[in-house]
Design a protein around this ligand. Sequence first.
Ligand code: CA
Ligand code: CA
Length: 393
Amino acid sequence: MLRSRPLRALVLIVVAFASTASAQLIAYDDFNGPLVDGGGWSYDAHRPGVVELRVVDGGRGDPNDSFLRVVDDGGMTGMTQRTQAYLALVLAADRGTRWLRHWFREASVTTPGSVANLTISGIQIDSPIATAAEVKFWPMQNDLQLQCFTGAGGQVLPMGRFVLDGGWHLAELAAQGVGTDAGICALVVDGTVVATSGVDWSGRTFTQAILGEPWAADDFAGELDFDAFAVTVQAPPSVWRISVPPVVTVGQCAPLKVEMFDVLGGLRPALGTTRGTMFFNGVGELFTDSACTTAGSQFRLDAGETTVEMGLLPRVPGNKCLQVEGTDYRRVTQCLTVETPDAGSALDAGGSDGDAGVGARSGYGVGCSCGSEPAIALLLALALIRRMTMRVS
Ligand SMILES: [Ca+2]
Ligand SMILES: [Ca+2]
């Protein structure tokens, strides 16, 4: 159900450089409320009545979850490109690294527009064009792109693409080395580096983060959805991770640990309150404690918490998989081997037998991401980012 709320009522949780355990969270908004006047956002609309920002309820598979929708009904026709409507968050005039992350969905495109692409989010600096790095949406190709700029205003366009499918995708934008001539901008979508570029940001400082439709052709018409926005100093949490012994035994409780990691492999705490569900495609029971005393598959992490302990009591041997799903973070699958008590080491540890098995969920039988090893190209790109982070942060 769609309902409008006054934009000033959106709540933005602004945290000024909390502990290192928080990934140095600067701001977070899940667009779920509660609604309090005077949230940390400012709202800019150059096309009032044409482009609206609304909170939409229950659209992410959870009736308690809401998200932000930009509704652009088209407005003028022609080639004019201008500011539309967006949320802005003032950033301290610091140098170094900032990450911006949000979920994005191309809800609908009525008119792609006569200009190639539009900005949906970005990190801005005190350059003549005020922009460090932006995430662009190209409705004519249904894709996301990265665009970053030198401090002098020159445009850098090496840019990769990520083709959208109408579903939700997690975009993470990094502007690293601001204030130096060795900056890096990078866009990571669903855990994959889409594009990176070196950039000269000598003498520049951050000014603000933006979200919505900050810049677009007037004749673009459509609906763009956003959720779980955050700005952090270090890479934000991105994906769940399940820790489980590679070999477990039928009838014996196996402890499980659920944590969240960033795209660089660092352990990160929850940005805000988040709920998740564990699934097991073998025969057995899940518990909400590591001693297997309280049956349950659902868990909750509050802001700043890093770890959930659960338990698995398997009943039938085989190579099986666990999966965690939850809002705001990418799901993960981890496989294990269930042995009979006297099986010894006859079975291989871990891995998938490719069998969706009893209790398999839709989309779960496509094979395990056992080990979850990223591609070499991703490792190289992330190593470069990490090296630059160490130099300039
Ligand atoms: Ca939400
Ligand atoms: Ca428009």
